[in-house]
Write a protein that binds this ligand. Structure first.
Ligand code: NAP
Ligand code: G4F
Length: 323
């Protein structure tokens, strides 16, 4: 019989790729959205008739319980969160409520209504923050550097706690940054790819950025959702780092993006260290060791850094040409 999955935050980047992936595997897919005054389904428009949308908010336990009751899922992927690190300093309490306590609300909904459902929690490399070890593994001590990172540490440990307390099949994927043409425009990679596309078409003059020296382990979201699914297919629940094992600076992303559209003198267009884009505390250097995911789950990234940059810039050029 076909399996059923419930994905929270179905309008988000990862959920759109995960929903496609699960539909291809024959799953019945339910996804939750929160109420908004404008339609917000850009990323799932192409699959909307194949999935069931339920209304639920991470702040509202009864809506989460109802979503689990209605969908009766075999697998729950808790992807909903306030996911933009910079905003977490502007809205630290809300970020704690959504990204931290929201995980407990979701776990409670599952425990109450469908305790045998397998549960995936979207943990983050942002938990490593001011890193104490290079590269970062499942055993590296957390040192979060933002209200978002702190909230994710809470979400991570409450998932582990429900696994140990109630014997739930609950896993955390410690995912390093993953991007795609569907990435939100506020994140640095998409901000760059979109601006470079516009600059190449004469629609924008300048690209204002913050810290160009920050280094991230960037992968492709389409590759990473497979790792989420693999965690829930394994015999035992556990936590896994999902990464590429390579790190690159924001500047490298900028240079390669401009190169993709044939512009070598990128400095002409870029303003760096713009105060609006600097953070009260920075995460300088992330690089993940995914050897556990590789040896236990058989997962490996498929998309290289240059392929990711090219994919994003070319998609934005096409998008901006059509506007
Ligand atoms: P995203 O594009 O920002 O999507 C987040 C989703 O959560 C959206 O559907 C959003 O709905 C929903 N949401 C926000 N607040 C909510 C609330 N109060 N109630 C219900 N839904 C709410 O994020 P993503 O990049 O796909 O990431 C998915 C998850 O992985 C997040 O938990 C993120 O923190 C985590 N993560 C991401 C990365 C990465 O590099 N992408 C790395 C590690 C971990 P709206 O569309 O209505 O805003
Ligand atoms: O693209 P970012 O905003 O992503 P960040 O902060 O690494 O967070 C993302 O990855 C986390 C996993 O580690 C996720 F958990 C989280 O949900 C999110 O998906 O910024 C990346 C780097 C930072 O060091 C930032 O300071 O780029 C630097 N940066 C430089 N100029 C900028 C800018 N970031 C943004 N967003 N905008 C800039 O203009």
């Amino acid at each position: 019989m076909a399996k059923t999955a419930l994905i929270t935050g179905i309008t988000g980047q990862d959920a759109s790729y995960l929903a496609e992936f699960l539909l291809n595997k024959g799953y019945k897919v339910f996804g939750t959205t929160r109420r908004s005054s404008t339609v917000n389904n850009e990323r799932i428009k192409h699959i909307e008739d194949k999935i069931e949308i339920l209304s639920a908010d991470l702040l509202d336990s009864s809506s989460l319980v109802a979503a689990v009751r209605e969908s009766q899922p075999d697998e729950v992927y808790n992807l909903a969160a306030q996911s933009f690190v910079k905003t977490s300093w502007d809205q630290p309490v809300l970020t704690g409520e959504f990204t931290g306590i929201g995980v407990t609300r979701m776990l409670e909904a599952v425990r109450t209504v469908k305790p045998d459902a397998k549960f995936y929690q979207a943990s983050s490399s942002e938990m490593f923050g001011k890193v104490v070890e290079v590269p970062q593994t499942e055993t590296t001590r957390f040192y979060p550097r933002s209200p978002y990172g702190v909230a994710k540490v809470y979400g991570h440990y409450i998932t582990l706690n429900y696994r140990e307390s109630f014997n739930m099949f609950a896993c955390s994927g410690i995912l390093f940054n993953h991007e795609s043409p569907r990435r939100g425009l506020e994140f640095v990679t998409r901000k760059i790819s979109n601006a470079v596309a516009k600059i190449s078409l004469g629609k924008q003059d300048k690209l204002e950025l913050g810290n160009l020296d920050a280094k991230r382990d960037w992968g492709f979201a389409g590759d990473y959702v497979e790792a989420m699914w693999m965690m829930l297919q394994h015999d035992t629940p556990d936590d896994y780092v999902v990464a590429t094992g390579e790190t690159h600076s924001v500047q490298e992303f900028v240079e390669l993006s401009f190169k993709t559209v044939g512009i070598e003198d990128w400095q002409k267009y870029v303003v760096s260290n713009h105060p609006k884009h600097l953070r009260p505390a920075e995460v300088d250097h992330l690089i993940g060791d995914y050897s556990k995911a590789k040896s236990v789950l058989g997962w490996e990234p498929k998309t290289s850094f240059p392929q990711l940059v090219e994919m994003m810039v070319k998609a934005d050029v096409e998008l901006e040409k059509s506007r």
